[in-house]
Design a protein around this ligand. Structure first.
Ligand code: PEP
Length: 244
């Protein structure tokens, strides 16, 4: 069993930040993680594309992309190429984040294609799945999650990845799922992920994780780590997630 002080804490900056903010943040976070002997592999920050190249220059904290297209190159004005991300040294990407699905209308088909594109470019996808409030209230949590997984695998999107369970109603709302809800869903997903994806995958929880609730969430055995939005935006609160 992974100790809770070894678990992953990934941050999603969404469409926030600037060169100056990243410079300050990375300097402070790198120094503090190092000083406290915290394995740097536990942290990946998903940054806006325009900060990625800069972030790779100092090669200190691991960074990833928040999205990319499913073709490697071509006439797709305004899209981000997974091949180019890989070429600049990116090793992780969020795929199917709820904001991509619900704000930008990404379909399961598109998400499956993006999973395959990441894998063929040696980028580890962090696949985000989760139910809406209506689906939870209609008692359709397990059906919804199973459908999200089965639709991916039926389109050949299998293989190495990390999965983040992020109930849509808990993202950016301050409404965190209860420990019982997280445990119940994570146990269900752990059983199904190996069957559906054919590999052992790490399973993260995301949705209003903050310094004041992260410890109890990481203490749940089936939680391998957390994906954190708002509380990853300042060095102070990101470090607090590691207990610093
Ligand atoms: C997220 O962006 O994936 C997320 C979970 O955001 P927040 O922590 O702000 O709810």
């Amino acid at each position: 069993m992974v100790q809770s002080n070894q678990k992953l804490i990934f941050g999603n900056w969404k469409m926030n930040g600037s060169l100056e903010k990243w410079a300050q943040f990375s300097k402070t976070v790198f120094a503090q993680l190092n000083k406290n002997n915290i394995d740097l592999g536990r942290s990946v920050l998903f940054l806006p594309d325009l900060l990625l190249h800069q972030a790779l220059q100092n090669n200190e904290l691991l960074v990833g992309a928040q999205n990319h297209y499913f073709e490697d190159a071509g006439a797709f004005t305004g899209e981000t190429s997974p091949e180019l991300l890989s070429n600049i040294g990116i090793k992780y990407a969020l795929i199917g984040h709820s904001e991509r699905r619900h704000v930008f209308g990404e379909s399961i088909e598109m998400i499956s294609q993006k999973m395959k594109a990441a894998q063929r470019n040696s980028i580890k996808p962090v696949l985000c799945i989760g139910e809406t409030l209506e689906q939870r209230e209609a008692n359709k949590v397990f059906d919804t999650l199973k459908n999200q997984l089965v639709s991916l695998t039926s389109q050949g999107a299998v293989g190495e990845c990390i999965v983040a369970y992020e109930p849509v109603w808990a993202i950016g709302t301050g409404k965190v799922a209860s420990l019982e809800q997280i445990e119940e869903v994570h146990q269900f997903l752990k059983e199904n992920l190996k069957n559906e994806l054919g590999v052992d995958v790490k399973l993260l929880y995301g949705g209003s994780v903050k310094p004041n609730n992260v410890k109890e969430i990481l203490n749940i055995e089936s939680v391998d780590g957390c994906l954190v939005g708002g509380a990853s935006l300042t060095a102070e609160s990101y470090l607090a997630l590691f207990g610093l």
